[in-house]
Ligand binder design. Structure first.
Ligand code: PLP
Length: 225
């Protein structure tokens, strides 16, 4: 299978899952995770209609932005505080805001650049120790503190389900994050607009969409040969 067939196949599956959850496929962002992929393939994917690309390393992200500046780039990987300055103003959305001091740095660098810094809070729903993200019981307090930010804006949540062969095991994780968005979305917090749920990857994006994801981050299934 080629890239074109992969893209068509994924889009058809997104369509189907969206219909199951009574939503439109157009409301679900397909974020192509291009971290293992060369720039010529990314260019082909762009020419085939993909617009959003995600990377998990700052250096590679910078290199790829330079090669395809017309695409929308997303940072989805662990972010060191000293690298924040390298991506502020260059990415559409940072999905991996996972700790308070990173938020402070993002806010500071945004102010210095005179730019808004859009981000999602990464939430460690599964509670695995090695996993990044805010604990479930830290999220509400963080949103209350968001009032003090000048540049950082919180647009929703991101999570990763535990690795597994069975997508159904991801369902309760996704459902819990969707529930959190619904519950906290009833409150109003300054500098917060809970509109995105970034969840679901190659092996579980359909379940994620059924549970309410509106950004799916797909690498392997798109770019496999
Ligand atoms: C690599 C990666 C993905 C994509 O994973 P696939 O299984 O290849 O679709 C999604 N999200 C994050 C944070 C990743 O690092």
């Amino acid at each position: 299978m080629g890239l074109k067939e992969n893209i068509e196949g994924i889009k058809a599956r997104i369509e189907k899952s969206a219909a199951l959850s009574e939503r439109k496929a157009a409301d679900i962002m397909l974020l192509a995770v291009s971290k293992t992929v060369d720039t010529d393939i990314i260019r082909q994917a762009y020419d085939l209609g993909l617009r959003h690309f995600g990377e998990n390393r700052v250096q590679e992200l910078q290199r790829k932005i330079a090669s395809l500046p017309e695409a929308h780039w997303h940072m989805i990987g662990r972010l060191q505080t000293n690298k924040v300055k390298d991506i502020v103003g260059r990415v559409q959305l940072i999905h991996s805001l996972d700790r308070w001091n990173l938020a402070e740095e993002m806010d500071k660098r945004g102010q210095q650049a005179g730019l808004e810094v859009p981000a999602l809070m990464e939430v460690n729903i599964s509670g695995e120790k090695q996993k990044a993200g805010f604990a479930v019981n830290e999220v509400e307090a963080f949103l209350e503190q968001a009032a003090q930010f000048k540049s950082l804006r919180i647009y929703g949540f991101m999570t990763m389900a535990p690795l597994s062969d069975d997508a159904e095991l991801s369902r309760p994780i996704f459902a819990e994050l969707a529930d959190m968005k619904k519950r906290l979305g009833k409150n109003s917090y300054a500098n917060v607009e809970l509109k995105y749920l970034s969840m679901g990857m190659s092996d579980d994006f359909e379940v994620a969409i059924e549970e309410g994801a509106n950004i799916v981050r797909i690498g392997t299934a798109l770019f496999k040969k």
